[in-house]
Design a protein around this ligand. Structure first.
Ligand SMILES: Nc1nc2c(c(=O)[nH]1)N[C@H]1C(S)=C(S)[C@@H](COP(=O)(O)OP(=O)(O)OC[C@H]3O[C@@H](n4cnc5c(=O)[nH]c(N)nc54)[C@H](O)[C@@H]3O)O[C@H]1N2
Ligand SMILES: Nc1nc2c(c(=O)[nH]1)N[C@H]1C(S)=C(S)[C@@H](COP(=O)(O)OP(=O)(O)OC[C@H]3O[C@@H](n4cnc5c(=O)[nH]c(N)nc54)[C@H](O)[C@@H]3O)O[C@H]1N2
Ligand code: SF4
Ligand SMILES: [Mo]
Length: 684
């Protein structure tokens, strides 16, 4: 008999609602729920391969401890958890709890599972639970919060003009891509800002193939154009914004005619994009990870946020919706962590505190603390759902840190390049084997529950179970009273009035608060002034520019620019493809088949000039290291750029883009290194 179970896929961070089918005891397939009719629904290959991932012979199904011969040995959960707890307590006693850190990748989700890990570490007494948000979207989220108090969610389906800025939803978020296609079908104009001619760029009314990393100047030039032509929403600016004159003065330093040639765009194209965006009501901006991982990420993404405000599109239907977070009990137990010991990310106080829930995300600070022992040494790390020796900037440096660590615990479904350094490996189960409250459905209504589709395979366990069991081993049983995840979720959701039982009965999701647009009319914005802060006194007081790019800087944010010779190309890290999530799933035959080998993508003219033929093996170098990838020619990539396939370092560290990236320079606010773009050389 076939049973259908509504759940949420978490094989990547898109968090698509899906229907899974179980035949007998076996998970056989899952389908995305789509707003488009079946014939137009976008297929996700990872979801298609979900049963192959769940039943992969490579799954770790028992806890593993490294024996004196250096090999992993299967042990019981009791033995593994006892060892981890004993090590944590021993480091706490000898050197202080802060010398133990918990590093989170994004795969176990940023919702309830993030809260559980933060809770455990705060109660244990270490401030160092650190996520990878400085390279993912959290730096961008901080820019939203500092501008108008909340992340916004673009509403492309009901929009007249959709700006897709550094996002490749066709491959990274099919549901969002479908909403763009639906909006376009109803007549919305589409503007795509991306150095690469993506699927959406091909469909766009205007495609701006920007020089990588230079989006800040583009946003300022568009702001200048919109202000100087009088295209802004004067009423909204007058009533709901502060700092207009400061912004006007800063933007005047970025005239379109001067900015265009610096950022590889025709001034007329910038003008036309600014006009179309400002003239269309409502319009929305979908910002993406193409804006992240740059040295100017904070100022750049803040400049993009200002466009939303100037044009009066904030919190309008078809514009950029201000989230309505779900009221919940705070599980993070922050008050229990000693306040006198600063976290290793202390050099980034604004980023550490910008949101009550996000916590610490300057990932690189962990490597500093291990290698340079600043501000103090980190000796033991628990890595949950991450592969940092591949995914962190300057991979050789990150690897040295993991080599140096005294004790490493990993919580994962599979072995990966980082588990080579692990002393203990705790087997997590997949997203289909657990019930979970994901961040996507905590930060905004409606709440949709991820439901267990099948019980955990072998002795693998859900992340919640592992965290709670470890908490009890650490003597914190009173703080982890929940015997089931349902109890924990019900407790967390209590203030919202929602329960697991209700959510299960309503798989389409339930709202904690009724949907409301233009909330600012009654309650203002969640900023210190209650207004949109075009200029931020809070930033100025902290020694940061009140208005982005107010000094008129035209500095090039691409790594190694100062030392690059005339032969150098801009290396860009990407593209994500819909068969893989970062370093995951390369070992799944059905997914690997479509993409047997990673490539370095070059424009045919660039290749011809350099004597490169398709299929040629290239060595690509920067001052940090090298990778070897095969040349592929495509006019989707501009001249002067080489786009390097992402994630393949898991298959072979020689193919890891992060061998080339730099971690010495970082965004001053968010500690973000430039993992996206760097000057590099090709050797043939
Ligand atoms: N299949 C798949 N899906 C994923 C993931 C995955 O690994 N695989 N990862 C998930 C995660 S954690 C994230 S953060 C999201 C990210 O998903 P997206 O936000 O879509 O990010 P990317 O696909 O990395 O890049 C988006 C676009 O930015 C462009 N870009 C590169 N540099 C620049 C630049 O300097 N300026 C501009 N304007 N554009 C630039 C790239 O060419 C690319 O088309 O995807 C999530 N979904
Ligand atoms: N140069 C460069 N660097 C980048 C990026 C880039 O585009 N270019 N992208 C950046 C971005 S946006 C991100 S988010 C990071 C990603 O960095 P990571 O989070 O380190 O990368 P993943 O490869 O997704 O590693 C996830 C691991 O979690 C495991 N896993 C999957 N599901 C679960 C689960 O439910 N529980 C547990 N415990 N484990 C699970 C997987 O098996 C895998 O080993 O990389 C960043 N680094
Ligand atoms: S895009 Fe695919 S892998 Fe990612 S959550 Fe959606 S269905 Fe799952
Ligand atoms: Mo990410």
């Amino acid at each position: 008999m076939t049973q259908q179970i509504h759940t949420v896929c978490r094989l990547c961070s898109a968090c698509c609602p899906v229907i899974a089918e179980v035949k007998g005891e076996r998970f056989i397939r899952a389908e995305r729920k789509s707003l488009l009719p079946p014939e137009k629904t976008l297929i996700c290959p990872k979801l298609r391969a979900a049963p192959d991932i769940v039943y992969s012979p490579d799954r770790i199904l028992k806890p593993l401890i490294r024996n004196p011969a250096g090999e992993f040995q299967e042990v019981s959960w009791e033995a593994a958890l006892d060892l981890v707890a004993e090590k944590m307590l021993s480091y706490k006693e000898r050197f202080g709890a802060e010398t133990v850190a918990w590093l989170r990748g994004m795969a176990a989700d940023w919702g309830a599972p993030w809260d559980y890990a933060v809770r455990l570490m705060n109660l244990f007494g270490s401030p160092n639970t650190i996520g990878n948000g400085s390279v993912c979207h959290v730096a961008r989220e901080m820019a939203h919060v500092y501008t108008y108090g909340s992340l916004t969610l673009a509403q492309p389906k009901d929009s007249r003009c959709i700006v897709v800025w550094g996002k490749n939803d066709r491959h990274t978020a099919p549901g969002a891509c479908e909403a763009i296609l639906a909006g376009k079908e109803q007549g919305a104009k589409l503007i795509v800002i991306d150095p690469v001619q993506t699927y959406l760029a091909k469909l766009a009314d205007i495609w701006l193939p920007i020089k990588p990393g230079h989006d800040g100047q583009l946003a300022m030039a568009m702001i200048h154009e919109i202000i100087s032509q009088g295209w802004y929403d004067a009423d909204f600016v007058q009533n709901y914004c502060i700092g207009f004159e400061e912004l006007k003065a800063a933007a005047a330093k970025y005239p379109v005619a001067e900015v265009g040639p610096r950022i590889w765009l025709a001034p007329e194209a910038i003008r036309e994009a600014a006009r179309l965006y400002a003239a269309s009501k409502p319009a929305c901006i979908i910002d993406g990870n193409g804006l992240d991982m740059h040295l100017q990420v904070f100022q750049t993404t803040r400049a993009v946020c200002l466009l939303r405000a100037l044009t009066g599109n904030l919190d309008k239907g078809g514009g950029d919706f201000i989230l309505q977070p779900v009221p919940v009990n705070d599980l993070q137990a922050k008050d229990h962590c000693p306040q006198d010991i600063p976290p290793v990310t202390a050099a980034h106080p604004l980023f550490n505190t910008f949101h009550h829930n996000w916590g610490l995300h300057v990932q690189s600070a962990l490597v500093d603390a291990i290698l340079d022992e600043k501000p103090y040494p980190i000796r033991m790390v628990v890595v949950q759902s991450g592969n940092p020796v591949i995914t962190m900037a300057d991979a050789n440096r990150a690897r040295r840190a993991f080599e140096k660590l005294e004790f490493l615990v990993m919580i994962d479904l599979f072995q990966n390049q980082t588990t080579r350094y692990a002393d203990v490996l705790l087997p997590a189960c997949s997203c289909f084997e657990k019930t979970q409250l994901n961040r996507a459905y905590l930060r905004n209504s409606p709440v949709i529950l991820a439901n267990e589709v099948l019980p955990p395979l072998g002795e693998s366990r859900p992340d919640w179970w592992i965290t709670f069991a470890l908490g009890r081993r650490l003597g914190l049983a009173d703080y982890f009273p929940w015997q089931t995840v349902e109890e924990a979720i019900d407790y967390q959701l209590e203030p919202s009035g929602l329960t697991v039982a209700q959510l299960r009965a309503n798989p389409g999701g339930l709202r904690a608060t009724p949907l409301k647009f233009e909330k600012y009319r009654a309650q203002g914005f969640a900023t210190p002034s209650g207004k949109v802060e075009l200029a931020s006194a809070r930033l100025a007081a902290a020694g940061q520019p009140a208005v982005p790019f107010q000094d008129g800087s035209t500095a090039d944010p691409i790594s190694f620019t100062e030392t690059a010779g005339p032969d150098a190309l801009i290396g860009i890290s990407g593209a994500r493809v819909n068969r893989f999530t970062h370093t995951q799933f390369f070992h799944i035959p059905a997914l690997r088949r479509g993409d047997p080998e990673p490539t370095a993508d070059l424009h045919p003219e660039e290749a011809a000039q350099r004597g490169i033929v398709p299929g040629r093996m290239l060595t690509i170098t920067t001052p940090r290291g090298r990778v070897r990838l095969r040349a592929r020619l495509t006019s989707a990539v501009p001249r002067g750029v080489v786009r390097l396939a992402w994630g393949w370092g898991e298959v072979d560290p020689e193919m890891n883009v992060n061998n080339l990236t730099d971690d010495d320079r970082r965004d001053p606010v968010t500690g973000t290194p430039s993992s996206r773009s760097f000057m590099c050389y090709l050797e043939i």
